[in-house]
Design a protein around this ligand. Structure first.
Ligand SMILES: *Cc1c(COP(=O)(O)O)cnc(C)c1O
Length: 416
């Protein structure tokens, strides 16, 4: 396991330059002039590596992509306009009408509606199953689903998947596995475990400052001889593997999604994300220590009518997995179940320090009632599958003094 010191060094050394301008350049140009017709041909064929037109990339995005690819241990990456843009790009690039997605665990609201509403409208079906339902997972893989999606930590269920076991199954059945690692950058490295694609909403932890909406997908190297992409199931992308070899994931996504749909990142947003990345390791280390401290204090001191959920608490069903596979933490979230919507509202409205908003992974501590906001349009059965109970509050712990964060919830609860 790489430690926070390793990532501190990697990130500051790669984001900044050693000579000339230290801070990365913001290059917002939409168009790029070519030297001559031959160079234009080379750029369009992919043989010359220079900017073509900003819908398919710009130099600031390229810088961000190279840093995040190193951070995740991937061979390449593509920055997108938002986290949903990254997920939409992957689905568009690899799926077509008649295909099926296997979704493991509870999903972030936008991802849930992407697969369950939007992709369904385009003839792509889905199955959801629990994180530990290995029998169901294997049965589905055997019948030939095209893509498997899961989150490194269920949001807001906070269930922790057995990433190694699920990854091994996807590799055995030669199926592409996409892991949404938004909550756990640096804490989990899905590509090193054997996943194919890692997705982040860089809006969250990577930036930390709430200053830039963005997303990014990172890809593993393709094995030119016997890659799973070369099985008949993925026939329509074989030509990219034959032409581009180990970097094939990048042109697959560019030509089959970004070029025609334009979910590209912009240079200003990518610059702000790069600034966030410089301090990511420091922030992740700090926040993950704090969230365990805050969970412990609240679990001990809140009245018994409010249940605290975090995998670091010994009562949690994922406590063993937390200690084994998430030794440095599982991200900034914890949840409080207040029993009813009214009690949840009353608690939230008495908070003095904590900000009420739909974001997570911010430098400031945030909280929100789930059922009345992000999950308001979901039916009761789906909400329960996603872990959204009536009185559920999601808290995203920030950089403030953990004692002060805990005290804000305690004072709010005292007045209930
Ligand atoms: C926020 C979030 C997304 C979507 O990202 P946006 O940048 O808001 O589009 C996807 N997955 C998870 C886990 C998220 O928290």
């Amino acid at each position: 396991m790489k430690d926070f010191n390793y990532f501190n060094t990697l990130l500051v050394q790669n984001v900044g330059s050693k000579t000339g301008a230290i801070s990365p350049a913001i290059i917002p140009s939409a168009a790029y002039g070519y030297e001559d017709s031959q160079e234009a041909e080379g750029i369009f064929s992919g043989d010359v590596n220079k900017p073509l037109y900003a819908r398919v990339g710009n130099p600031t995005n390229t810088k961000l992509e190279s840093v995040v690819a190193k951070m995740e241990g991937g061979i390449g990456a593509l920055a997108t306009a938002s986290g949903m843009g990254a997920l939409a790009m992957i689905c568009t690039a690899f799926l077509r009408a008649g295909d099926e997605i296997l979704c493991i665990g509870g999903f972030f609201g936008g991802t849930y509606t992407l697969v369950n509403e939007t992709l369904k409208r385009f003839g792509i079906s889905n199955t959801f199953c629990g994180v530990d339902d290995f029998e169901h997972i294997e049965t589905k893989l055997r019948t030939g689903v095209k893509l498997v999606m899961m989150e490194s930590v269920g949001n807001p269920s906070l269930r922790l998947p057995d990433m190694k076991r699920i990854t091994d199954l996807c590799n055995r059945y030669e199926t592409i596995l996409v892991v949404d690692n938004t909550a756990t950058p640096l804490l989990v490295q899905p590509l090193e475990i054997g996943a194919d694609i890692v997705v982040h909403s860089s809006t969250k932890n990577m930036s930390g400052h709430s200053g830039a909406l963005g997303g990014i997908a990172v890809f593993r190297a393709v094995k030119e001889e016997n890659d799973k992409l070369l099985t008949p199931k993925y026939e329509d992308i074989h030509k990219f593997v034959h032409k581009m070899g180990e970097k094939a994931f990048v042109p697959i996504c560019k030509k089959r999604a970004i070029r025609d749909m334009g979910m590209t990142a912009n240079a200003f947003g990518s610059y702000l994300t790069l600034l966030g990345l410089e301090t990511l390791s420091l922030r992740v280390e700090r926040v993950n220590k704090s969230v365990a401290k805050v969970a412990k204090i609240l679990d001990e001191k809140l009245p018994s009518t409010i249940t605290v959920n975090h995998p670091s608490l010994p009562k949690s069903e994922d406590y063993a997995r937390y200690q084994l596979d998430y030794a440095e933490g599982c991200g900034p979230l914890l949840t409080l179940d207040c029993g009813t919507k009214e009690r949840a509202f009353a608690l939230l409205d008495r908070l003095k320090l904590v900000i009420l908003t739909a974001n997570i992974g911010d430098n400031r501590t945030l909280a929100l009632h789930m059922g009345s906001t992000i999950y308001r349009d979901f039916d009761e059965e789906t909400r329960l599958f996603l872990g959204v109970t009536q009185g559920l509050i999601r808290v995203s712990v920030g950089l403030e003094d953990p004692q002060v964060i805990a005290e804000d919830f305690l004072q709010a609860a005292r007045e209930l």
